[in-house]
Ligand binder design. Sequence first.
Ligand SMILES: [Zn+2]
Length: 441
Amino acid sequence: MGSDHTHRRWSNLRKVLERCGPFCRPDFEPSSENLQMLLERCKVLVVGAGGLGCELLKNLALMGFRHIHVIDMDTIELSNLNRQFLFRHKDIGSYKAEIAAKFINARVPGCNVIAHNCEIQAKDTAFYQQFHMIICGLDSIVARRWLNGMLMSLLVYENGTLEQSSVIPLIDGGTEGFKGNARVILPGMNPCIECTLDLYPPQVTYPLCTIANTPRLPEHCVEYVKVIQWPKENPFDCAIDGDDPQHINWIYEKSNERATQFGIQGLTYRLVQGIIKNIIPAVASTNAVIAAICATEAFKLATSCSASLNNYMVLNNLDGVYTYTYEAEKKQNCLACSQIPREIEIKDSSYKLQDLIELLCERPDLQMKSPGLTAIINGKSKTLYIKTVSSIEQKTRENLSKTLIELGLKDDTEINIADVTTPNTVTLRLRFSHSDSNSRQ
Ligand SMILES: [Zn+2]
């Protein structure tokens, strides 16, 4: 690789990094050192090696990032190949991260991608701490929230002031069909995933009574067959396998019968397949746009050559091309990124532990999955309920039907909560509303 080639290879980047411009950040100093820093020192983590991940890895590698780690626990499936272009037919069954890393390393001289074939929860703080930034192309909200919590746990506060050097930026891209979004999160400084949690719609579920008694939509019919008829008739002596056409066919026929019975239109084989497999259609061009934005933001953050996206960009290609960028706001009492303990108001003195757990799962700003609760009562830690460890679950199950007062919880009792949505323990302070303090939040 001659120096002439190297020089020409980065000539376009040099134009951006060695000259000043109106959009440069104030701390930007045009210099050839900017490129050297990018090539030699900048270390980034790409989370996810799927549709967005393949695009991200390709973009970053071609933009001069050389020290790239990629983490993904999934293996390659046939249905990935139409858009996850780092994979070939022979790679089916292999780890996505590993194959993607190999492909980039072979194709882009000088680039060193290191693969981690595991889930993000398998890595500790020391692992995440080594990166200058993290670029995220995930389809799971729980994984995003966990990662967000991890980056928050790395923040260092000195006398209440955030140490800038402990901030690891998170660039988050997401797509669903023809829609997508990209955002730049500077943990502790601007809004985080939890600050804007209520933007994510809760998973669509249908009330059982509607499915059973008053179906109105084709979806209701499919859900009925899935939840009620399949377990009852057990046609293939096994659980539903969304990849088995016989299974889908059976559900399709039964759903159709039910739809006809209730005069419901619009039931198709594809719809059945979509509901059973929980398919979110993936569109290659949406991934390409969102990944390009994320990679550009990574480049801007790494070099200071331009101000960052501030801070949330949405894309909608459903009908023409629409994009909009707005400044999402930090939530003052965010569970993840504020230093303020959150209070939870209990209005009813007959409130049971079960009710509290349901509240934690249903509230749009909390959306927990299977919270485990402990409390400090009279100076001692008491386990209220933990579902994930079966021996503790058995011992604490009886607490579910007790009221909070029976369990010894009072005003100002702090409840520590562990959940899959964060690596950290979340603390909530109980506030029983009395007639004289109804206005309290
Ligand atoms: Zn936050």
